[in-house]
Structure formats: C-alpha cells, structure tokens
Design a protein around this ligand. Structure first.
Ligand SMILES: Cc1ncc(COP(=O)(O)OP(=O)(O)O)c(N)n1
Ligand SMILES: Cc1ncsc1CCOP(=O)(O)O
Ligand SMILES: [Mg+2]
Length: 208
C-alpha cells in the first residue's frame, strides 16, 4: 500500500470554481505529499465524474501524487485511481474494501472513537475525521468536534487521521499536536487567491 500524503485536496466542483486550475497550482508544490480526492456534486453524472477522475489521475501520476475518488468506487476503479473515500451514506467500509481490493487506499469518515475503530477493523486505511470546525462548503453536517474530538479518534486508531472541515493553515499545528497525520481541505485551497502559496503554507505547517 502506498504511503499516504498529508495534504488532501478535495475538488471543488461548485459553479464558478476551477478545480483543475487549483490542482495545477498545488501539484508541483506538494507532489507526493498531495492526495487529491475527486468529489463531484451529487447531481453530476458518472460520466462527468469519470472524465474528471481520468484527468486528475493523469495529472497526479506526473508528480507521484495519489488520486482518490469520493463515494463512487466504480469510477475509482474505472479511472485507475489509487482508492476511494466512503462515509455514512456510501457503501459500508467492508463492502468498499471488497470492491476496491486489498491494496487500494480506502478512507472512511468518522467523528468518534467507536465507529472509527470499527471502520479500521472493516478495512479503512485512513480516517477522515470531522467536521473539525463548522464550514459552509457542505450542508447538513453534524456539530464540529474541535481539537478534542480529533484527538479522541487519533488516540483510538492505528491508521492516519486526516482532519476535515473548515481547516486553515492556522489550525494545522494544533491538529498535528492532537495526533492528526494530515488535513483535508476544500476552501483553504479552492478559495485562495494564490493556491500555490496556500499549498506551500499548508505543507510547511504539516511537515515541520
Ligand atoms: C478526507 C475526507 N473526510 C471526510 C469526507 C466526508 O465524506 P462523507 O461523509 O461521505 O461526505 P461526502 O464528502 O461524500 O459528502 C471526505 N469526503 N473526505
Ligand atoms: C466534504 C466535507 N465533509 C466534512 S467537512 C467537508 C467539507 C470541507 O470543506 P472545507 O475545507 O472548505 O471546510
Ligand atoms: Mg460520501
């Protein structure tokens, strides 16, 4: 299984956003430390998801970065991605593992230690833990878990914990101190005036 990058960039495919431009800026900076998660809107077709995933798989390959696909594991397989990410409304983790096979990267969403440990037992190789803070990027999220919530999960599992939800560069030191291995972001890169610089700042905080 490949080692996991610490900076997870989740594609922002909302109207007016340009996920490929953000990726073109981030990839040369973060290279193997970048994990790109292809996340499309619910109303996107599988064809649209597949086309985007294929482009991102190819871009990642140039830099040794890992591409994962959110939710749609058949798209991950078809596009040759390194794995996928599932949450409560998606395939259960054990089923996702069967779909992806034994060597794929498989992320699972978790917000507390008991389900986190169960996800690892079912085959998750990392956990997306949050929301750390409230965020406007996704509707309908449960309350933020903060640093204490991230720490509780990190202490309970032997796999990398990736904190998600409203994460900015200013949060990274505290999250790392709480046991997070890395962070997943949408807005911190997609909304940045200079995504290359924002990538360098996040990476610096993650790897110091
Ligand atoms: C790294 C990471 N962590 C959590 C999530 C959220 O996944 P999920 O709960 O399935 O919600 P959607 O992203 O599918 O709306 C994630 N995608 N990545
Ligand atoms: C998909 C998802 N799941 C929990 S928070 C979130 C969105 C994170 O986006 P941002 O980094 O802009 O808060
Ligand atoms: Mg999901």
């Amino acid at each position: 299984m490949p080692s996991l990058g610490r900076l997870h960039l989740i594609t922002d495919t909302r109207p007016g956003r340009d996920p490929l431009a953000v990726l073109r800026a981030a990839l040369p900076v973060a290279r193997t430390e970048l994990v790109v998660q292809v996340r499309v809107l619910d109303d996107a077709t599988d064809r649209e998801a597949y086309d985007l995933a294929c482009r991102i798989v190819a871009m990642c390959a140039t830099y040794g970065a890992t591409c994962l696909v959110n939710d749609r594991l058949h798209v991950a397989l078809a596009a040759g991605a390194g794995g996928g990410h599932v949450g409560a409304g998606d395939l259960p983790v054990d089923a996702a593992r069967r779909v992806l096979g034994p060597t794929a990267v498989l992320g699972a969403t978790s917000r507390e230690p008991v389900t986190a440990a169960a996800a690892v037992a079912a085959g998750a190789t990392y956990l997306g833990v949050g929301p750390y803070r409230s965020t406007t990027t996704k509707d309908g999220l449960p309350p933020a878990i903060g640093v204490a919530g991230v720490r509780a999960v990190a202490e309970a599992v032997p796999v990398p914990v990736i904190a998600i939800g409203g994460v900015t560069v200013a949060d990274v030191a505290a999250l790392r101190a709480a046991g997070a291995y890395g962070v997943a972001v949408v807005g911190a890169l997609s909304g940045a005036a200079d995504p290359a610089r924002a990538t360098a700042e996040l990476l610096g905080a993650l790897t110091c």
